[in-house]
Design a protein around this ligand. Structure first.
Ligand code: SF4
Length: 271
């Protein structure tokens, strides 16, 4: 992979992007002593990045299967350090027999282990799923709470899982930072940060409000299938000409997919 000698600019994209904002650093919300880096992009460039994701896939969907809030929560807990495909394979039968906290508790930890034994860390995950089911029955009448703090109090549920459930099921504009979002935030310089929480806070400031609901999905899909960890597939990248990553592969011409998506954005903007 060769590296780009310089970052693309509005001249490179042929666009009239606004100049980059003043590079003054700002303190983190959760740690006022810590300074967050700013995005490498101007507001206009960021807006166009998300316009392209939207034009390409207006209603992005997660890839975990679920039938209600409870099964989504369980699927997300099971997906830690596992692939969505692997989780879906294991939950196909599980959710037919246990799609509520009550049924999950009745199933029991031993039987649950058998159902999910193909997923990594299944013993610990089975324990957590039974525990969180008991907590839901005891503290929330068997419902999944629409509240970050209450979600994070459940066994096996951290900030990322809470954000996914709030976003996918309840429609909150939360941005769950998993390995893909953390990499993209830093690799592209879109929302740099040393920790997932730094990146989450930077993303919240960076992503235009109208795109916040789907930003998490677009970035996960982009990271999973295009801007991959070991070798980004820049030739298939719809934001190629906007990307300012030093890891960007250099080509003589902007890839067709980026030109096509840019034209689609122009057409939608003109309509
Ligand atoms: S795939 Fe390449 S061009 Fe696209 S965002 Fe990643 S590094 Fe940038």
């Amino acid at each position: 992979m060769t590296q780009a000698k310089s970052s693309p600019s509005s001249a490179a994209t042929g666009r009239s992007a606004k100049s980059a904002p003043n590079r003054k650093k700002t303190p983190s919300v959760d740690n006022p002593g810590r300074v967050l880096k700013r995005s490498r992009y101007s507001k206009a460039e960021i807006y166009e990045i998300f316009q392209r994701f939207h034009a390409d896939n207006p209603e992005p969907k997660g890839e975990l299967n679920y039938v209600n809030a409870f099964t989504l929560l369980v699927a997300v807990v099971l997906s830690a350090q596992a692939t969505d495909v692997g989780v879906n394979r294991a939950t196909r039968h599980l959710f037919e027999i246990a799609d509520t906290p009550e049924k999950m508790v009745a199933l029991g930890e031993d039987r649950l282990r058998e159902e999910i034994r193909t997923i990594g860390l299944y013993k610990n995950k089975a324990k957590n799923v039974i525990l969180l089911s008991q907590q839901l029955i005891r503290d929330h009448g068997g419902d999944v709470p629409e509240n970050r703090e209450a979600l994070e109090n459940l066994a096996g549920v951290g900030r990322k899982t809470a954000n996914v459930v709030l976003n996918i099921y309840f429609g909150h504009p939360t941005i769950a930072v998993d390995t893909h979002l953390f990499r993209l935030g830093n690799r592209l310089g879109l929302a740099p940060g040393k920790t997932p929480l730094d990146v989450e806070k930077a993303m919240e400031k960076t992503v235009p409000k109208e795109f916040a609901l789907h930003a998490h999905h677009w970035l996960i899909l982009h990271g999973r299938y295009i801007c991959k960890a070991r070798k980004p597939e820049c030739r298939r990248c719809l934001i190629y000409d906007l990307c300012k990553s030093p890891e960007k592969e250099k080509f003589d011409a902007v890839p067709e997919i980026a030109l096509r998506t840019r034209a689609l954005v122009d057409k939608e903007s003109a309509a």
